[in-house]
Design a protein around this ligand. Structure first.
Ligand code: GUN
Length: 291
């Protein structure tokens, strides 16, 4: 078993981006964050993304709304950010409260500023394999981790557990695309005989949001295991009162895996790195359009 070190790979990518940002002056890539409510995980993710963008010499701004914000109010903010030529990327942190239609909210973002890759346009481009399309950050981070770990995908069976817009569906599209050429199965909460399918996986991607759900009996000897889960489980001995665990039962699965991502320090840092890459890309697009 070998660990895939997401912190290390993300650091390499961030260093590459930082070097590029210094050459862009007077252009300063700017990513705007929109957060609704005070979900502690969302607060922590947006803080991390803001800190990282500033460390790279980019600009970030934060637009906060109460939990009961109306869709119209949120749209007005997104329209203003779309119209602001100094803003290159816009990210609305998910999950959103139930009274908001997440698809409508994401689609309000200009496709040119869709650094999260969740608009219908970006997802459509992914299906069509349009080069340079904005790719959702967590899936793009998973692909980058596989590539930089030398994990082969061509002809391999990738099994994804989870069908979300944020991870499961886009990572399936990326893996099946020409160039990566994997054979892909997408499983979810209604899948029958889940263990029989996951045991067939050469590459197993767990993105279901259930702590330690994937156990050793569900994993083939020698599989590559990517754990997307970041679950807070209560732990009295910790100062925070919780401990982060993945969707994979790491202790039992790791001895069977050829390669495995830890939680924390696996996919999480890659999501942030890919957001920075998309922001740089959006800034360069806007500069080329203005020229
Ligand atoms: N919530 C969890 N992951 C993500 C992400 O990649 N982008 C957004 N906007 N929200 C998320």
């Amino acid at each position: 078993m070998a660990l895939i070190d997401g912190n290390l790979v993300a650091r390499q990518i961030l260093d590459e981006i930082k070097a590029c940002v210094t050459t862009l002056s007077p252009l300063v890539p700017h990513v705007a964050f929109v957060r609704v409510g005070d979900d502690p995980a969302s607060v922590s993710y947006v803080n991390k993304k803001q800190k990282t963008s500033e460390e790279l010499g980019m600009k970030s701004s934060l637009h906060l709304f109460r939990e009961d914000v109306s869709q119209e109010e949120l749209f007005a903010q997104l329209d203003a950010l779309n119209a602001d030529a100094t803003v290159h990327g816009i990210l609305v942190q998910a999950p959103l409260p139930a009274h908001l239609d997440a698809t409508l909210v994401f689609n309000r973002i200009s496709p040119k500023k869709d650094v999260d890759g969740f608009t219908t346009t970006s997802i459509g481009r992914l299906v069509q394999e349009v080069p340079g399309a904005f790719a959702a950050c967590t899936p793009a981070g998973i692909i980058e981790l596989l590539k930089r770990s030398g994990a082969p995908t061509r002809g391999k069976h990738a099994v994804i557990v989870g069908r979300s817009l944020i991870v499961g569906k886009p990572v399936a599209l990326m893996l099946v695309a020409k160039g990566l050429d994997a054979t892909v199965t997408v499983c979810h909460s209604r899948t029958a005989n889940l263990g029989a399918i996951t045991r067939e996986a050469d590459i197993l991607i767990a993105a279901i949001g259930r702590p330690r759900f994937i156990t050793a009996d569900m994993v083939r000897e020698g599989a590559i295991v990517i754990d997307v889960g970041i679950n807070r489980v209560p732990e009295a001995s910790k100062k925070t009162g919780y401990r982060l665990v993945g969707d994979v039962d790491f202790d039992s699965v790791a001895p069977k895996a050829a390669l495995i991502t830890p939680v924390p320090g696996g996919v999480g840092p890659m999501t942030v790195a890919m957001l920075m890459q998309n922001t740089l890309h959006a800034a360069l697009l806007s500069r080329n359009e203005a020229a």
